[in-house]
Design a protein around this ligand. Structure first.
Ligand code: GAL
Length: 642
């Protein structure tokens, strides 16, 4: 690893300036040159610029594939003994919390059928072949195996739903027969509803052991064939979206930030802003007060959810390490989400301001990412987070710290979809807002002096005020700005130098083709901004023709050029992180293999490289998009072939 400056976000601004991704398969000489600020620290002078033929490829054992998640693709929600998950429960109870263009189709606001992968897994494998996948990341539905969430082994026999086991055996065996290595996620947000009802799910410390038991069953049953395990997918999204920012994500708890008021909810259960009061009696930690059932959402629920889910991850890893890893020889880690942070800079930014913005970019990354990645790497929350949260920050016990430390040292999974700018907030008179003092420190004040976002500001109803950081894809938060993956990879590599044995795996990265809801076609403010800072290649305006049109799937839906350019930008920046910066990145799973149930956006937002007509086609026919083939070609050209 080259020595980069303390704030690797520097690389973002500088490298992004000169690392022009014009033709991803063959970068020209000036495309890979770094400017002098980085040359000093990264020794870029010494880097021989490869000719077209010599482009340094990713190694032959690079993990290459696509990702999906059980609730988003499987369907068969109540078939063969599967229990209800929080996603079944809440999408059924609050269908208006999920977007749908066509509510006449009762399945358009839930995952009841989704891609029907439960019955059509062979069809999915055909799609994997087109992109030349050697890995496939899927998730296991906890409530398909243990309908009430409580895994128990009595007299040597597990209380499992055998049909569920048969399904995952089929998935794993089919993958292996096709020379595709399974990468299994144990938890991708579909908590068994019974545990939410019993004790409020992740808000209660008992969730930790229930998760570890369920994980033990999976290791024991599938671990002879599954050698890559991801414990938890995106703790931030699960907890912050599910327990604070709702009603976007199950279990639709929301406090704090502007709950959306829903209109005409069909069920009449549209409580305060569309958020749910339904919850079991919960104890955040052993010995804490018992919070009553069916209470209004409380402050800090997301913080406690995060705390418990991180410990649950560590306990599952402990079971694997103690009982299975030596024999099964697999690897285990966690998948973290979060935007890489780019110091804000425009033509008027002074060098002093830029320095300060770099500091704030790192701070913002510690809050957004380090909060979740530090515990499984170094055993505790970042010092900055603890100090600024004050008494609102949960504390790990010494035993928990011990379990956590190194619990993702086999590999670290990172999902990346966007980037944020960051800077210190200014008062109206131009002076800086100050950080909270120790006395003021609390959840509410913790980020009072910190700004980060992918828009330059927010208008009414959270509308984005341009410029945006790159062009806006089909979700408001999904921005096409390839250098973000390089910045983030460097941030992790620097922070956890020497601590990650088998490298970083990009466990998700993907693009929603611009659609009618959030398109920012002809966003001239963004175009002008990127031109003004010398990065015109990211001034990516697009016209109406690129916007998805369901009535013409042969158009930009299947011929998904915008998405192809996304993958080209991100993959080239990943390759540069490996080839130029020496980052140990070992895999890339594109999100997603197929269009699927996109949580709060239902089937209205498509991330897939395979088209499915969810509204009219009962067969759920898979139609490959152009991007699927593009990825297959990229793999052949940019990864060493054994
Ligand atoms: C991730 C999530 C996926 C998928 C993707 C696109 O946060 O893990 O399940 O929905 O975002 O929104």
């Amino acid at each position: 690893m080259k020595t980069l400056s303390v704030f690797t976000t520097l690389l973002a601004v500088t490298a992004a300036k000169k690392c022009i991704v014009k033709d991803t398969s063959a970068p020209a000489a000036d495309d890979v040159a770094l400017n002098s600020e980085v040359e000093d620290v990264a020794g870029a002078d010494d880097v021989a610029v490869p000719s077209d033929e010599e482009v340094k490829k990713l190694p032959a054992d690079f993990k290459w594939g696509a990702a999906t998640a059980a609730y988003q693709v499987e369907g068969a929600w109540n078939e063969d003994g599967r229990g209800e998950s929080v996603w079944d429960h809440f999408t059924h109870l609050y269908p208006k919390n999920v977007e749908s263009g066509d509510r006449t189709n009762p399945d358009s606001t839930n995952g009841n059928v989704a891609c029907d992968s439960y019955h059509k897994f062979d069809e999915d494998v055909k799609m994997m072949k087109i992109m030349k996948a050697n890995h496939y990341r899927f998730s296991i539905s906890w409530s398909r195996l243990f309908p009430d969430g409580e895994a128990k082994k009595v007299n040597g026999k597990w209380n499992v739903n055998e049909k569920g086991t048969q399904y995952y055996n089929m998935v794993i065996d089919t993958l292996l027969e096709n020379e595709i290595t399974p990468l299994a996620t144990l938890y991708h947000w579909d908590l068994p509803y019974a545990l939410h009802e019993k004790y409020g799910g992740w808000l209660d410390y008992r969730s930790q052991d229930d998760f570890a038991k369920y994980a033990e069953y999976c290791f024991e049953t599938f671990g002879d064939r599954v050698k890559g395990w991801i414990t938890i997918n995106e703790p931030w999204v699960n907890c912050v979206s599910g327990y604070r920012l709702g009603p976007g994500k199950a279990p639709y708890r929301c406090t704090g930030e502007a709950p959306r008021k829903l209109q005409n909810d069909t069920t009449g259960l549209d409580l305060e802003g569309g958020c749910s009061y339904e919850i079991g009696p919960s104890q955040y930690y052993k010995g804490a007060e018992v919070l009553p059932a069916n209470r209004a959402p409380q402050r800090l629920e997301d913080v406690w959810c995060s705390h418990n889910i991180l410990i649950a991850h560590a306990k599952a890893v402990n079971v694997y390490r103690k009982k299975f890893q030596k024999k099964q020889k697999g690897l285990i880690g966690i998948t973290i989400d979060g935007e890489a942070q780019i110091p804000w800079q425009d033509a008027n930014t002074t060098p002093e301001e830029l320095e300060n913005n770099k500091k704030y970019a790192n701070l913002a990354a510690e809050f957004r990412i380090g909060w979740y990645s530090d515990p499984p790497m170094v055993g505790d929350y970042p010092a900055s987070v603890k100090q600024r949260m004050g008494k609102d920050m949960p504390v790990f016990t010494p035993e928990e710290k011990k379990l956590l430390k190194g619990s993702s040292s086999d590999f670290l999974g990172w999902n990346t979809y966007t980037a944020h700018w960051a800077e210190q907030v200014k008062n109206e008179d131009g002076t800086y807002v100050q950080p909270p003092t120790d006395d003021e420190a609390s959840f509410e004040t913790s980020k009072q002096d910190m700004w980060d976002d992918n828009c330059r500001g927010r208008g009414e109803g959270w509308t984005c005020i341009p410029p945006t950081l790159g062009s806006q894809a089909g979700s408001s938060w999904n921005t096409k700005y390839g250098p973000t993956i390089r910045v983030g990879l460097n941030w992790f590599a620097d922070r956890y130098k020497g601590l990650i044995k088998n490298g970083i795996i990009i466990t998700e990265n993907g693009c929603a083709q611009p659609n009618y809801k959030v398109s920012r076609a002809n966003d001239l403010a963004t175009k002008e901004y990127f031109e003004s800072i010398g990065q015109p290649e990211y001034a990516d305006t697009y016209d109406e023709s690129i916007i998805e049109d369901e009535s013409n799937i042969e158009g930009s839906i299947i011929n998904d050029e915008y998405r192809i350019d996304w993958y080209a930008q991100y993959l080239e920046n990943l390759r540069l992180a490996y080839a130029e910066d020496g980052v140990d990145v070992r895999g890339y799973m594109a999100w997603s293999l197929v269009d699927n149930f996109e949580w709060e956006n239902g089937y209205e937002t498509r991330f897939g490289m395979t088209y499915i007509d969810f509204y009219n086609d009962d067969e759920r026919t898979r139609i490959p998009k152009k991007s699927l083939e593009f990825l297959g070609q990229w793999y052949l050209e940019n990864v060493e072939q054994a």
